[in-house]
Design a binder for this molecule. Structure first.
Ligand code: NAG
Ligand code: NAG
Ligand code: NAG
Ligand code: NAG
Ligand code: NAG
Ligand code: NAG
Ligand code: NAG
Ligand code: NAG
Ligand code: NAG
Length: 467
């Protein structure tokens, strides 16, 4: 027996009881049908292997998650003019007949994530879904998608395709001017070509993290003028085009962490006047060009931790009146006088902490906050480079004797430190500094060390100061 849907106008006049009756009268067996604001059909987790012959024709949402569906035939759901949301997550769908979703003219959301046997889709898979706004095809083992698969999905805004096997950005999204969110993380994409993202003029969110991107062509992002959140982290980028982010003046968050970048070019971020958060952590940065952060006038947080930085010239930060947080831990800082400005800034603004010194050797292992800069006639004196293996010279000067004393004390202390506290923030790469702050991961300023520093200052002054 086939029931005909009542014409929508009569629905307005139906009391709740009648709507409930309409929703439940043809509820599939073992499913639950409820009428709240609209008719929902819940058929999840009931080990269903074949679709029911019939759903209530007033159904507005159908949940078929976590069943054992394998196959969707043509018009698999019949005609459901009110259906807005259909969820088929976590089934075992391996074949979708072209036209499977015919009869669902008002479907807005279609979820088919975690169906690992789908692998390939036919060009006409989504035929007649003209109102589709959100489509989830994540974790479906897809290798590619036909270029014309979304030809009718002009309203599509959100496409979720993370955790598949794409080797390139699917050509199907090119020119989709209504797309706002694209999730392509955890695929195998190797390059972003100049035309991969053409015409995505409404895109606000693009996630390409955890791919294998090693090349980005010039102007690859030039149409993404509305982009606000951009994840490019955990790829294989050693270089970026000079004008990579040109024109992305709406960008608020850019994540370039976990790549192989060595230099930060001053041209990359020139246009990012609304950028609030920039991640450059977990690269191999050795060098930041002067002016690189010059135009980042909205920046709140900058992550430079876990790189190979030894120096951070004051001029690199000018003229930013940097108001947020700066993460610098896990870099081999050279704490000579060129970092004195940072120590002062750190003390004055308390926006940065954990700056471990790797050199000069007399301060290696200390945090920049613990380094005391000596002044000779008003100018800063670099901490000494110690030769820890030097034997006592024949005619030792006070300073030499002192250095040997320090090196012994330091070595002693370093040994203790390594076992104890420094491990917590040398290990791993993702330790959140905010967390280490709270949990006391801060490498404490030991009394012995404080004395050592004071002593060293005193002796240096005694040795070199005016008599
Ligand atoms: C899922 O489908 C695949 C291929 O169609 C089949 O080999 C596998 O056994 C199925 N798994 C379950 C749990 O039914
Ligand atoms: C974007 O949406 C508008 C209005 O819904 C529609 O007219 C237009 O064709 C869509 N654009 C594309 C490229 O699908
Ligand atoms: C990085 O900067 C250094 C110092 O200016 C320069 O010698 C080197 O060629 C740069 N490397 C790249 C890949 O741009
Ligand atoms: C900063 O922006 C100004 C004005 O748009 C531009 O002239 C300048 O080159 C930019 N600075 C850098 C380092 O790109
Ligand atoms: C950065 O440091 C790591 C570990 O110390 C080293 O393996 C790597 O070669 C360095 N990279 C550069 C560009 O210096
Ligand atoms: C210290 O500074 C004064 C004035 O600048 C200068 O005359 C003097 O030679 C300096 N002394 C040393 C030891 O550098
Ligand atoms: C450190 O001292 C040892 C032994 O005196 C010497 O062989 C070595 O060259 C010195 N190293 C430096 C960097 O001065
Ligand atoms: C840590 O430091 C304390 C005191 O400095 C010491 O007694 C202890 O043996 C160190 N090692 C470990 C593994 O805790
Ligand atoms: C350091 O990392 C290794 C491997 O990632 C892990 O086994 C070890 O427990 C870590 N140590 C600390 C102190 O977090």
């Amino acid at each position: 027996v086939t029931f005909l849907c009542l014409p929508p106008v009569s629905f307005l006049l139906l009391p709740h009881a009648l709507a409930l009756w309409a929703c439940t009268r043809s509820c599939p067996s073992r499913c639950t049908c409820t009428q709240e604001k609209s008719c929902s059909v819940l058929c999840d987790r009931i080990n269903m292997a074949d679709l029911p012959k019939e759903f209530p024709c007033e159904a507005s949402s159908i949940n078929l998650d976590k069943n054992n569906l394998k196959f969707l035939s043509e018009r698999a759901f019949g005609t459901l003019p009110s259906l807005k949301s259909l969820s088929l997550d976590h089934n075992n769908i391996s074949f979708i007949t072209p036209g499977a979703f015919k009869g669902l003219p008002n479907l807005v959301e279609l979820k088919m994530a975690h169906n690992e046997y789908i692998r390939y889709l036919h060009t006409r898979t989504f035929t007649s879904l003209k109102r589709l706004v959100r489509l989830d095809l994540s974790d479906c083992n897809l290798f590619s998608m036909p270029d014309r698969i979304f030809i009718e999905q002009t309203a599509l805004k959100e496409l979720l395709c993370f955790q598949n096997n794409f080797r390139r950005v699917p050509g199907a999204i090119r020119g989709m001017e209504n797309l706002t969110h694209v999730y392509l993380e955890r695929n195998r994409i190797e390059a972003v070509a100049y035309n991969s993202l053409l015409g995505l003029t409404s895109l606000k969110y693009l996630n390409l993290q955890e791919n294998r991107i090693n090349v980005i062509h010039d102007e690859a992002f030039k149409d993404l003028q509305q982009l606000e959140n951009f994840y490019l982290n955990d790829n294989l980028l050693a270089e970026l085009p000079k004008q990579a982010f040109k024109g992305l003046s709406r960008l608020k968050m850019l994540n370039l962490g976990g790549n192989l970048l060595t230099n930060v070019s001053k041209t990359w971020f020139s246009d990012l006047v609304e950028l609030e958060v920039l991640y450059l952590d977990r690269n191999q940065l050795c060098f930041i060009e002067e002016g690189a952060f010059e135009n980042l006038t909205s920046l709140i947080t900058l992550h430079l931790n876990s790189n190979n930085l030894t120096a951070l010239p004051f001029s690199v930060f000018q003229p930013i009146y940097f108001i947020g947080r700066l993460y610098l831990f896990r870099n081999p800082w050279e704490c000579d006088c060129s970092l004195e400005w940072l120590k002062e800034w750190m003390e004055n603004y308390k926006l940065v902490r954990d700056i471990p010194c790797a050199s000069p050797s007399s301060v290696a292992g200390l945090d920049l906050s613990e380094v005391v800069y000596a002044r000779l006639n008003g100018t800063c004196v670099d901490p000494a480079e110690l030769n820890l293996t030097t034997a006592l010279p024949d005619n030792p000067t006070t300073e030499n004797k002192f250095n040997i004393l320090i090196s012994k004390l330091l070595q002693q202390e370093l040994k203790e430190d390594l076992v104890n506290s420094t491990e917590s923030f040398r290990n791993g790469t993702l330790l959140d500094p905010a967390e280490s702050q709270v949990s006391g991961g801060y490498n404490g300023f030991s009394t012995g060390r404080a004395l050592l520093v004071l002593l060293s200052m005193y002796l240096i002054q005694a040795e070199t100061g005016p008599h």
